[in-house]
Design a protein around this ligand. Structure first.
Ligand SMILES: Nc1nc2c(ncn2[C@@H]2O[C@H](COP(=O)(O)OP(=O)(O)O)[C@@H](O)[C@H]2O)c(=O)[nH]1
Ligand SMILES: [Mg+2]
Length: 356
């Protein structure tokens, strides 16, 4: 009788049930699941990870559904992670996503998984990164991460993507809600969805204006851009900064090449072929410019930082961490220590192997 194959072996063989089980285990932080993911590390790095982010209701799931169709048409296998931090239970938007994507339920070349908020700060971006690695190891050629783009935590989620698509729509009011400081910089491709509605061209012009302003700024103050984290952040550590960014790439005449802005009607599929082409172009640009490696270095930094933060929180929330924390809080209030000193003591206790 052949020995029972391990979970990681089954994932590497592309078994959907094993993939689902491993992702659940990782979401729950099971040590066995973490061990399985670690043993799969060498099998990762082949998939192209696409982050799709934008306000709720902007059509991300509809767009994802159409992209899946398009990519399946090329014979590629597609994994999707739908992240909804606002939904602690798998209802609401995620249920809608499932309905929209159920066409693919019987297609063995498509794997769709929803992740909702669970537990601690940072847990969701860690779970998303882990799930993306699992799908990569399982041989999915494309991994799409759909996430609501409203704040820093969502930005962190898409940081691991190789190509980030920012979706906006007409009719959100005067501000283009998704194009805010800290979010705009991460966009490689801009989509104005619901182009069947009035105002789409105006949104395109507004995005173009903002991109041109950002590009002009980067030409005159490259250092300022670097200190903002350039494209994907973490430049201080990797020194990559804007390197590899579509937004900051220059054409032969030295002018910055702006990221593409594409109008789509996800509901009908209009513009989806252009979007897919833009994603493919970005993918091959990254491969030839060295940008992919720069980005993966940044991704590794982001992932390690997340793991460290998570580990510290884990220690802090253990019984001993909580006890020491409470004692130190008392000492700060009683003016025995200031908060800096107390933090030093706590940090030392947490990081010196011995638990606090
Ligand atoms: N008019 C119009 N409606 C769309 C378009 N794309 C999506 N929708 C609708 O917008 C709503 C929200 O779409 P959904 O994909 O769930 O958005 P998400 O929250 O960003 O994932 C659904 O009712 C879609 O049918 C579009 O291009 N035009
Ligand atoms: Mg959705």
């Amino acid at each position: 009788m052949p020995a029972e194959r391990s979970l990681s072996e089954r994932v590497a063989a592309g078994e959907a049930r094993a993939v689902a089980r491993l992702i659940s285990g990782l979401e729950d932080g099971e040590p066995r699941a973490v061990a399985a993911l670690r043993s799969l590390h060498r099998a990762t790095g082949k998939a192209h990870i696409v982050g799709i982010t934008g306000p709720p209701g902007s059509g991300k799931s509809t767009l994802t559904d159409k992209l899946i169709r398009h990519l399946r048409g090329t014979g590629a296998r597609v994994g999707v992670i739908a992240v909804d931090p606002s939904s602690p239970f798998s209802g609401g938007a995620i249920l809608g996503d499932r309905l929209r994507m159920q066409d693919h339920a019987t297609d063995p070349g498509v794997f769709i998984r929803s992740l909702a908020s669970r537990g601690k700060l940072g847990g969701l971006s860690r779970a998303t990164a882990a799930a993306a690695r699992v799908l990569d190891a399982a041989g999915y050629d494309w991994v799409i991460i759909e996430t609501v783009g409203v704040g820093q935590s969502e930005v962190d989620i898409v940081r691991i993507a190789d190509t980030v698509v920012l979706v906006s729509v007409p009719g959100l009011g005067d501000d283009i809600q998704v194009i805010k400081a800290g979010i705009m910089e991460i966009g490689d491709i801009f989509v104005v969805n619901k182009a069947d509605r009035e105002g789409a061209d105006r949104v395109v012009r507004e995005i173009k204006g903002m991109l041109e302003t950002a590009a002009a700024l980067s030409m005159s103050q490259p250092a300022a851009l670097l200190s903002q984290g350039g494209h994907h952040g973490a430049s201080a550590l990797t020194g990559t900064g804007a390197f590899g960014s579509t937004a900051m790439a220059l054409d032969e005449t030295g002018h910055p090449i702006l990221p593409p802005i594409i109008k789509t009607v996800a509901a009908t599929g209009e513009g989806v072929a252009e979007l897919a082409a833009a994603i493919a172009a970005h993918r091959s640009n990254l491969a030839t410019s060295g940008g992919l490696e720069a980005r993966r270095l940044e991704g590794a930094v982001t992932e390690m930082r997340g793991l460290i933060a998570y580990r510290l929180l884990d220690e802090l929330e253990g019984p001993k961490g909580r006890e020491l924390e409470a004692r130190l809080a008392r000492a700060v209030v009683d003016k025995e220590y200031d908060a800096y000193e107390a933090a030093d003591i706590l940090f030392a206790a947490l990081t010196q192997g011995g638990r606090a």
